[in-house]
Structures are given as structure tokens and as C-alpha cells.
Write a protein that binds this ligand. Structure first.
Ligand SMILES: Cc1cc2nc3c(=O)[nH]c(=O)nc-3n(C[C@H](O)[C@H](O)[C@H](O)COP(=O)(O)OP(=O)(O)OC[C@H]3O[C@@H](n4cnc5c(N)ncnc54)[C@H](O)[C@@H]3O)c2cc1C
Length: 383
């Protein structure tokens, strides 16, 4: 093993979590004398996804925010409404802008090396971790792995594993179709077909938007089912007949309360989606990752075992009941969201989903959900 194959830290995956961790390490003096290797199978030079999140005021990534909205639109089966979301704004970041933003910082640091290669195995060898790639093996004292695989969560059946799965089209229309002042957060007016299905629309102008057909359910659909639903929505709901598909995106985000903790070891920590950082009840991961990175960074600096850190809190229990309900009666998932948006302000909903509410606010939020299915889910978890 040559000298260059040993590092203080290795980060596997230069996606949201890997890059946020790399960036945070580079900005912290504690890591200035340490060698860091960042590995990804991809060059990260394509716009492979769009991230949205809500936030109050100015945020860490404002320099690369592509579009923001001060209002959201929600539609259920029985009512629809546009909501002003002040003091929050709903922000959109393009994947490619985020990758370029962090790689600009990486370029000016000598102690972080990026290598494009596929990792095939990761083994904790006691005094460190061995990372195996097609051509070379690397060893580091501590390794952070953001490579997710559904098998990490589906090998058990104590916690249901749903997916937030979707296909999105960036369309450019001939006529003005969209209202760029509002993001359609959820539109459940579409056929549910025995699942929880909604449209998500992010307009960047009157003639441009990302239109996404999204499900919270157990199994993926055939590609044409997502695409036909987008076509139908554009035609029937938005009266849009002439459009060009500029870009597409596809995704599946795990929605589960399975505790990823068992995968960590003393020297190896899973991060991002692979670390269980996707919010179980929503699939939102970007902002939750940004909040967890500083906590992880402080933990790394203590040099305590990496599996000593847990992010589990009382919101995990709320998410557990929510997913039990959604799993048992997927056809009626829309009722939960409809009831919430009808009875509560989006500001409380955002605060609760950010896990920042007080106990009193938790009760207010939970009280707005349909009672019967949640009580049933609670009783079956208890007994
Ligand atoms: C299309 C899409 C849209 C999304 N939109 C939102 C959103 O709006 N808001 C939100 O909060 N969340 C969103 N998410 C969910 C989540 O925020 C993203 O998936 C986010 O990128 C997760 O970060 P991560 O670092 O865990 O994984 P990733 O960003 O996927 O990073 C993992 C990295 O590992 C690399 N990799 C994989 N296998 C290997 C291997 N064997 N060897 C080396 N490298 C490997 C990949 O190339 C990738 O760069 C979206 C997800 C997708 C797919």
C-alpha cells in the first residue's frame, strides 16, 4: 500500500451530504492539517436534480438559489388555497449550481483530493476503514459514506418502507400558463388510483416550470404512467397543449422510520439518505442534511466513536405513526394533507416538519390530522 492511499478522512459520494460535509471540513481550522479524500463514481457535472426547501430569511445557500416563492398553493379533493408563507420562502437550487459552488471551494484547498471512481466495498478494519474501488484501495481513520441502497432498510419488516417516487419534466410552453409567484406544493385533485398521488409544480416564469408527478407509496410505477399523468395534468388542468420538454428528473427517496444507526461503526458513519437523513414523513433531505452536518462536524472533532451520535428525537415517533397510517391505507393519504392544510397555517406545518415546534404546537398539529387512523396506528404500535 503506497503512502498516498492513507487519508485522515474519506468521504464517499460527492452529492448533497458528501459535499456539505467536505465544504464544512474545509471551512473549519480543525481540519486544515488533515488529508481528506472525496470519491464519487460520477464527475458531478450534470444537473441531475433540483432541490427545494423552505427557510426563514437569509440562508447558507442563498448565493445559488435559482428561484424562490413567497406563496404556495395546495389543492385537495374538497378545497384548494393559495397561502402566503412569510416569514418563510420556498427556495429552489439546481444540483449543478450546488456542485459547482462547492467544487470551487475544494479547488483552492490542497488537503482535499477528489477522485472519480466507483467504490465497491467499505470495511471497518478496527484501526480504520478500508475503501475498495476498481483500481485501488484506500484507508482512512474515519470514513463517511453517502451511498444509499434500499436493501439497507428493506431487510427488516418492523418499519414500513415507502418511497417518495416521481418523474419531473421541465417544460417550456408557447403561451403563458404558470404563475411564477407561487409553487404548487401539493395538488391532490388528480386521480389517486388507490395511492397517495399529487402534482408538484415549480414555475420559474409564466412559460417555464418543473412539473412533477409524485407518489408516496410502496412500489414504483412504469415510466409511462408518470409521463402520461404529467401530460394529462398539463392538458386537462393547465390547458397547456404546446410545450417542449427541456430537462427531466427522476427520483425515489426512502420514507421510513427504520433506524440506520445499526450500519454505523466506530470509524464509519453513513450520511445523507444512507444515514437516514431523509425526513421519513416527507422525503425532504436537503435542509435536514444542512442542519445535521454542523452537529456531525462537532462530533468528529471530539474524536469519539462515530456510532455514538444519534439524531433520533420525538418527531421520529410522529413520523412512525404517519407512515403506519400511510402504509395501511395508501389510498386515503390525501385526506391527511387535506385536513392539515384546511385547519392549520403552512407556517406551523413547516415548523413542525423542521422539528422545531414546541410540545403545545405538536399537539395543535397532530390534532388537525384525521383522528381514527392515527389512534389505530398508535394502539397497534403500543400493543
Ligand atoms: C431528482 C431528485 C430530486 C430531489 N429533490 C429534493 C428536494 O426538492 N428537496 C429535498 O429536500 N430533497 C430532495 N431530494 C432528496 C435528497 O435531497 C437528494 O436525494 C440528495 O441528493 C440526497 O443527498 P445524498 O448525499 O444522500 O445523496 P446523493 O446526492 O445522491 O449523493 C450520493 C453520491 O454518491 C455517488 N455514488 C453512488 N454510488 C457510488 C459508488 N458505488 N461509488 C462512488 N460514488 C457513488 C453518487 O454519484 C452521488 O453523487 C431529491 C432527490 C432526487 C433524486
Amino acid at each position: 500500500m503506497n503512502k498516498s492511499s492513507h487519508y485522515d478522512y474519506i468521504i464517499i459520494g460527492a452529492g448533497a451530504a458528501g459535499l456539505m460535509l467536505a465544504d464544512a471540513m474545509l471551512k473549519d481550522d480543525f481540519f486544515s492539517g488533515k488529508s481528506i479524500l472525496l470519491l464519487d463514481k460520477d464527475s458531478k457535472q450534470t444537473n441531475d436534480r433540483t432541490w427545494c426547501y423552505w427557510e426563514k430569511g437569509v440562508g447558507q445557500f442563498d448565493a445559488i438559489v435559482h428561484k424562490k416563492w413567497n406563496a404556495i398553493y395546495f389543492s385537495g379533493k374538497k378545497f384548494s388555497k393559495r397561502y402566503a408563507i412569510h416569514p418563510y420562502t420556498y427556495k429552489m437550487i439546481r444540483g449543478i449550481d450546488f456542485y459547482n459552488f462547492v467544487f470551487e471551494n475544494i479547488k483552492v484547498h490542497q488537503n482535499l483530493y477528489f477522485k472519480q471512481t466507483k467504490v465497491t466495498d467499505v470495511i471497518d478494519i478496527g484501526e480504520g476503514v478500508k475503501v475498495v474501488t476498481a483500481n485501488e484501495n484506500y484507508i482512512a481513520g474515519k470514513v463517511f459514506n453517502s451511498v444509499f441502497d434500499y436493501g439497507m432498510a428493506t431487510h427488516q419488516n418492523k418499519y414500513p418502507v415507502l418511497q417518495q417516487h416521481f418523474v419531473g419534466w421541465f417544460v417550456k410552453t408557447q403561451k403563458s400558463v404558470f404563475d411564477p409567484a407561487q409553487a404548487t406544493y401539493m395538488d391532490f385533485s388528480i386521480p389517486q388510483k388507490n395511492n397517495t398521488r399529487f402534482m408538484y409544480v415549480l414555475p420559474t416564469s409564466e412559460t417555464e416550470a418543473l412539473v412533477e408527478y409524485t407518489l408516496f407509496s410502496e412500489n414504483l410505477l412504469q415510466k409511462d404512467e408518470y409521463e402520461n399523468a404529467i401530460k394529462d395534468y398539463l392538458k386537462k388542468d393547465l390547458a397547456c397543449f404546446d410545450y417542449e420538454i427541456v430537462e427531466t428528473e427522476i427520483g425515489s427517496i426512502p420514507m421510513t422510520c427504520y433506524d440506520f444507526q445499526e450500519h454505523h461503526t466506530k470509524n464509519l458513519r453513513y450520511i445523507g439518505t444512507a444515514g437516514g437523513w431523509a425526513k421519513p414523513s416527507t422525503g425532504y433531505t436537503f435542509a435536514s442534511t444542512a442542519r445535521k452536518i454542523p452537529v456531525l462536524l462537532e462530533h468528529i472533532k471530539t474524536e469519539k466513536p462515530l456510532d455514538n451520535l444519534s439524531f433520533k428525537n420525538r418527531f421520529w415517533r410522529y413520523d412512525l405513526l404517519f407512515l403506519d397510517v400511510l402504509y395501511k391505507d395508501n389510498a386515503n393519504g390525501h385526506n391527511i394533507f387535506e385536513s392539515l392544510f384546511k385547519n392549520r397555517h403552512p407556517q406551523l406545518i413547516f415548523k413542525f416538519l423542521d422539528e422545531r415546534t414546541s410540545i403545545w404546537e405538536d399537539i395543535k398539529y397532530i390534532w388537525a390530522c384525521p383522528k381514527k387512523p392515527f389512534i389505530k396506528a398508535l394502539l397497534s404500535r403500543l400493543f
